[in-house]
Write a protein that binds this ligand. Structure first.
Ligand SMILES: Nc1ncnc2c1ncn2[C@@H]1O[C@H](COP(=O)(O)OP(=O)(O)O)[C@@H](O)[C@H]1O
Ligand SMILES: [Mg+2]
Length: 267
C-alpha cells in the first residue's frame, strides 16, 4: 500500500505536520457496476490516506474512476468491497440516518455547475442546509451572513443566481458548503465553468479556507492549474492509483493561471 508522508504542509507552508490523523482512509476499495451482463470495474482496489488539513487533487482521464471515488468518499455511494474510514469511522457500519448526518455535517460539496436554486436569493441558497437541519430563522440568517462574509459576498445576499457572475455563483455554492462547518470539502471541477480570473479567485478562496480554517479539501480536476494549488496530486487510471505525489508547498504564493481549457473537453 502506498503510504504518503503524514500530514499536510504546516500552516506556514514549511514542515509537514506529523501529529495529524487521517480524515480519509481507504483500503482495497473496489466498485463494480453491473449493466445487464456487462460488469464495469470502476475502482479496482484503491488504497488512499488523506490527513486532516491536506488540499489534494485527484486527476485522471475520463472514465478512470474519479467521480466514483469522490462519490464513495462523500458517502453518496457505497463501495462493492474494501474498507472506507471517514474520520476513523468505518462507514459500512453506519445506518441511513448516520450517513445523512455525515453528508450534511461533515462534508461540504461543491460542483462544476454550482447547483444553486435558480429563483432563490444567495442568502436563501446558503441557508438551505440549515433549514433541512431544522435550525431556526434567526440563527440561519446569522450563520448565512457569516459565511457569505467569508466568501466576500456579504453585499450580494439578496441577489438571485442569474444576477451574479459565475465566480460569484460559485462563491455562493462554497458558502452553502461551509454553512455546517464541514471538516472536509469535496469539489468536482469547481473551476470548470469559470474564466481565468474567476478561477484564480475561487482557488485563492479554497486555499484560504484550507490554510486559515484547516478544512481538508479534495478536488477532482482535469486542470493542472487547479492541481498547482494543491499539496498533493493523486492520479487515477483504470480504477487504480497510478501515482501519488506531493507538490512543493504553495504557501501564499498563487501560481499563475494560464488560459482555462475548454469546458467541453468531454472528460
Ligand atoms: N452509474 C454507473 N453505472 C454504470 N457504469 C458507471 C456508472 N458510473 C460510472 N460508470 C462507469 O465507471 C467507470 C468510471 O466512471 P467515473 O467514475 O465516472 O470516471 P471519471 O469520473 O474518472 O470520468 C466508467 O467506465 C463509467 O462508464
Ligand atoms: Mg467524472
Amino acid at each position: 500500500m502506498f503510504k504518503p508522508s503524514p500530514g499536510g504542509t504546516g500552516a506556514n507552508g514549511s514542515e509537514p505536520q506529523v501529529d495529524k490523523y487521517p480524515v480519509i482512509e481507504t483500503i482495497g476499495l473496489t466498485k463494480t457496476y453491473t449493466m445487464g451482463d456487462v460488469e464495469v470495474h470502476a475502482l479496482q482496489g484503491v488504497d488512499m490516506t488523506v490527513h486532516v488539513g491536506e488540499m489534494l487533487a485527484i486527476m485522471g482521464p475520463s472514465g478512470s474512476g474519479k467521480s466514483t471515488l469522490m462519490n464513495i468518499i462523500g458517502c453518496l455511494d457505497v463501495p462493492s468491497s474494501g474498507l472506507y474510514r471517514l474520520d476513523g469511522i468505518d462507514v459500512a457500519m453506519l445506518d441511513d440516518n448516520a450517513l445523512a448526518d455525515i453528508r450534511s455535517l461533515k462534508v461540504g460539496y461543491v460542483f462544476q455547475n454550482f447547483n444553486l436554486l435558480p429563483r432563490t436569493t444567495a442568502q436563501a441558497n446558503v441557508e438551505l442546509p440549515l433549514l433541512y437541519a431544522g435550525i431556526g430563522g434567526r440563527e440561519r440568517r446569522q450563520r448565512a451572513e457569516e459565511v457569505l462574509k467569508t466568501v466576500r459576498l456579504d453585499h450580494r445576499g439578496g441577489h438571485k443566481p442569474n444576477e451574479l457572475s459565475g465566480g460569484q455563483q460559485q462563491r455562493v455554492a462554497i458558502a452553502r458548503a461551509l454553512i455546517n462547518r464541514p471538516q472536509l470539502i469535496l469539489a468536482d471541477e469547481p473551476t470548470g465553468n469559470l474564466d481565468t480570473r474567476n478561477s484564480v479567485g475561487i482557488m485563492e478562496l479554497f486555499q484560504q479556507l484550507n490554510e486559515e480554517q484547516g478544512i481538508t479539501i479534495i478536488f477532482v480536476t482535469h486542470n493542472p492549474e487547479v492541481a498547482d494549488y494543491c499539496d498533493r496530486v493523486v492520479r487515477v487510471r483504470d480504477g487504480l492509483i497510478e501515482s501519488d505525489e506531493r507538490n512543493s508547498p504553495v504557501g501564499g504564493e498563487a501560481p499563475p493561471f494560464q488560459a482555462m481549457p475548454s469546458v467541453a473537453t468531454g472528460q
